[in-house]
Design a protein around this ligand. Sequence first.
Ligand code: GLP
Length: 254
Amino acid sequence: MEIVIAPGEAEVGERAADAVVAALAGRPEPVLGVATGSSPLSTYAALAERRLDWSRTSAFALDEYVGLPEEHEQSYHRVVDAEVTRRLGLDPARVHVPDGNAPDLEAECERYERAIRDAGGIDVQLLGIGGNGHIGFNEPASSFASRTRIKTLAPHTRRDNARFFASLEEVPVHCLTQGLGTIMDARRVVLVAIGERKAAAVAAMVEGPVSAHVPASILQHHRHATIVVDEAAAALLEGAEYYRFIQEQKHRVR
Ligand code: GLP
């Protein structure tokens, strides 16, 4: 894993955007994996500022709630459209979000996996991390081999996400999410974490044992994972001094 500690949220966005741009450079038909939540917003802002040509880029969202109408402002269809598609200027026809209202949800999950494969696989997957160590909606005890499927949200996640809804009861119970196996197939992953409420999950992901209890810890096995965190999210990293040293020395290798 490459660990980048940036001073604040804006710098996290700039560094994560650097990694995304590097991963997509030279790809004739780039494929970007996008995350929702507050963490990647400064990354989308940084990418939008760079005024890149996104016309040939496809995007795949990580997850979607089950049963929330597409036009609900918290549906990931709406969130991805507002925060990613419009801000970057992606072609909406090339932006994919699993359909949490499909009549046959299992068939929808298989279709989504096929769509990712047919697009040539994901070049770079942007990720946030839940306070309980989830990525996408892969909650603790998710199989490392999992593919896109139906999951039940953890009470911890529903409580965290209740801030976006009128009440906890309104937060959906089920979701569709790319699996950990799906995420691990991305050629590169860039995970962003901001704020002290992520510090314990970040430390467990980077320095704890690889365990289904902390789904993000599987990224220790990814060949090209970049973790970009601000100072507050890095606060519990025992190896922080070394990670900073690596970044300082990065351009000095001969
Ligand atoms: C959500 C999403 C994740 C996201 C996480 C953290 O529930 N499914 O993709 O990374 O929770 O959200 P935030 O960045 O707002 O803290």
